[in-house]
Design a protein around this ligand. Structure first.
Ligand code: COA
Length: 635
């Protein structure tokens, strides 16, 4: 999903980890600080447009490890033509610079449109990430509901900070980050369209939503989570309400309306019109769309061995396991869905258009911490209104759409291969000891693992945050570099000395960290190239030759699509590959271990999630051994 653009389209002195305030649960400031968010945002710099020549040079360098000499020579000729004085590149660059002077962020609206809303594959697997939390201690419905009540209260606690504008500002490399994504994830929803989708955010509507949607046994309920005086319902109140919902939906519905949201977007766009033709359905759908978030109460999954728990939970969170399991117990267009299973499984799924993983994970960290400390007092309010079941009239057209959706979802669920592993030997601690960036170290292990499997390097995407800039989203760190290629080619070569291999490893890690610094400071190539291409379309010019060049398509065919999503909780995010013959790899580096979620498609003979997952663990261990037995190079 982070490589979605593949189908559409200043180094800083020190390494710059994300810094989140350490306290999660307390203090939630009860007093509103009006205007705080706005003044923070206005203080942030705007996203720069990198110099044209710099991007052209870096583009050629990025192609070197993944293209052959003849193709590269051809591309060099095209790039020279593109950037020559008075040429098309200069014209587009000027257009972009003008756009940057006018807009709050020259890229973000384009990006959301092209990467998400015009992207027509199902959001399930292809775009929306899942998140797997550690297994909780309950194993029956009573425990599930008790936990879910605390979870809702935890989200409302976090929401108070959003509403009051008291969310602590985050920093990266000492610089404050854009906080806007936090304001987009609650009370919002994607709406399917016939050719392009849209996102609506109801948080600012008057009055703002007071309800969440709960889905149990494929049936949706509107649950008001605020009392008459505007205060959030207590854990005990929520507990009572969830019990009522479960009692009102004891058996699975034969018509799992939610599964429609798993369809190809064009098909869902049409099915959506069929669905909302009926006014009752329209009202029910609108209630889901306006809700603060969705809570999915899943039944127990078929039991399996403990070793496969996390991998199975990852598919539950990512796509729900198909129509026979939980895929119909979702509304995948909803920006934020929390998922709690009867067997203690717990996690989330989020629709990607409004936000990246880190704000979602920060919210979830808060919620998990809240559930640990929240106490049920055992005295619910005397009279709460019964949660409202949302009715749906299933017309013959809708029935046909449901059958189509079930079939396509089941095919997709069968095709996705997901492996979650915990690399237990070390985490960030070891690379740090060797004065190396842990993220770069892990990325180089991925490069090595991929090379060992396929004897080649591939275009690799790693998300880099652009949140140092106002309304910044992401750019691409291209992990396959000339330095990484030299390292992986040498590593298993018995002729090479260990000292040379170590030097190549150090070079590769440094090159990666340096590209990271370039990317997070808005000087990477990918969004700039995309911007130049879109600017040509905006000016109604024909597509410049560098964008129809096969090398550009190759550069965007990310066979490794990767992302680091760090968290305080011992969880892992997961997502699908972005190309049919690719891997999706998400990882959470903790201090002494790393959680990996690796995905591939079963329909591709070349890829195998378990093999890559094993390969990356072997590569990490081999790289550590190399460092242990070889003195530091003189670099
Ligand atoms: N020596 C010793 N320590 C080092 C080091 C070195 N040479 N280089 C880095 N470190 C330390 C850092 O100070 C940091 O310390 P901390 O654990 O106390 O925070 C830690 O190692 C991690 O740094 P590093 O591994 O280099 O990564 P990072 O935290 O800077 O993250 C990115 C790199 C690319 C992941 C980050 O910049 C980013 O953009 N994240 C957002 C990605 C995103 O949006 N993902 C979701 C997409 S949906």
């Amino acid at each position: 999903m982070w490589g979605i653009c593949s189908r559409t389209a200043v180094g800083m002195a020190k390494a710059c980890g994300f810094v989140r305030p350490h306290h999660f649960v307390k203090p939630v400031c009860g007093t509103r600080v009006s205007g705080r968010y706005r003044s923070h945002q206005q203080g942030l710099p705007t996203l720069p447009v990198p110099p044209l020549q710099q991007t052209c040079e870096r583009y050629i360098a990025a192609l070197e490890p993944i293209t052959d000499v003849a193709d590269l020579q051809h591309t060099k000729t095209l790039v020279e033509e593109f950037q020559k004085a008075g040429g098309i590149g200069e014209r587009l660059q000027k257009g972009l610079e003008q756009r940057a002077r006018r807009a709050e962020n020259w890229l973000s609206d384009w990006w959301v449109q092209v990467a998400y809303l015009e992207y027509r594959m199902p959001v399930v697997v292809h775009s929306s990430p899942g998140l797997v939390l550690p297994r909780m201690t309950f194993s029956d419905q009573a425990g599930q509901i008790r936990f879910a009540a605390k979870l809702i209260a935890g989200v409302l606690d976090f929401k108070t900070m959003i509403d009051n504008e008291t969310l602590p500002v985050e920093y990266m490399g000492g610089k404050p980050l854009c906080m806007s994504q936090y304001y987009e994830v609650l009370s919002s929803c994607r709406i399917p369209g016939l050719k392009t989708d849209s996102v609506v955010n109801h948080a600012k509507s008057s009055p703002p939503p007071r309800h969440i949607t709960v889905v149990h046994n494929f049936q949706f309920f509107e649950l008001d989570v605020y009392s008459g005086d505007g205060s959030p319902l207590t854990v005990d109140d929520l507990h009572v309400q969830l019990q009522r919902i479960c009692r009102a939906s004891p058996e699975p519905s034969a018509e799992p309306v939610g599964i429609l949201t798993t369809m190809h977007r064009d098909a869902w766009g049409k099915a959506y019109l069929n669905l909302i033709k009926d006014p009752t359905n329209k009202d029910s759908v609108s209630t889901i769309q306006r809700s603060i978030f969705t809570l999915c109460l899943d039944g127990a999954r078929p039991p399996g061995p403990e070793q496969t728990y996390r991998s199975n939970a990852a598919t539950q969170m990512l796509h729900g396991g198909g129509s026979q399991q939980h895929s119909g117990n979702r509304w995948f267009d909803k920006t934020l869905q929390f998922i709690v299973g009867e067997d203690g499984s717990c996690g989330a799924n989020y629709e990607h258009a409004p936000a990246e993983g880190p704000p979602i994970v920060a919210l979830i960290d808060h919620v998990v911490e809240f559930t640990r400390t929240a106490e049920a007092k055992g005295s619910p309010a005397a009279s709460l209104p019964e949660p409202r079941k949302l009715p749906f009239n299933i017309t013959p057209d809708v029935q046909t759409d449901l059958e189509v959706a079930k079939r396509s979802m089941n095919t997709l669920a069968h095709d996705l291969d997901m492996k979650v592993v915990v690399f237990e030997h070390f985490g960030k601690n070891v690379p740090k000891t060797y004065k190396m960036s842990p993220d770069a170290f892990i990325q180089m292990a991925l490069q090595l693992a991929y090379y060992r499997l396929l004897r080649r390097c591939c275009a690799t995407y790693e998300s880099a945050s652009l949140r140092m800039f106002r309304r910044g989203r992401t750019d691409t760190i291209r992990s396959a570099s000339s330095a990484s290629a030299a390292f992986v080619r040498a590593f298993d070569d018995p002729v090479r000395q260990n000292s040379e291999k170590r030097e190549l490893l150090e070079n590769a890690v440094k090159a990666h960290r340096s590209y990271t610094n370039i990317a997070v400071s808005g000087q990477a190539i990918d969004r700039h190239l995309l911007g130049l291409k879109l600017q040509a379309a905006e000016e109604k010019l024909s597509v410049p030759a560098i964008f129809t060049d096969p090398a550009y398509a190759k550069a965007l065919h990310y066979q490794l699509s990767t992302s680091q999503v760090p968290s305080k909780t011992d969880c892992v995010m997961c997502f699908g590959p972005v190309v049919p013959n690719g891997y999706g790899v998400c990882y959470n580096p903790m201090e002494d271990h790393v959680n990996f979620a690796v995905s591939s498609f079963n329909s591709c003979q070349e890829t195998d999630a378990a093999r890559l997952a094993r390969g990356v663990q072997d590569a990490l261990l081999d790289m550590k051994t190399l460092l242990e037995k070889t003195p530091k190079s003189r670099l």
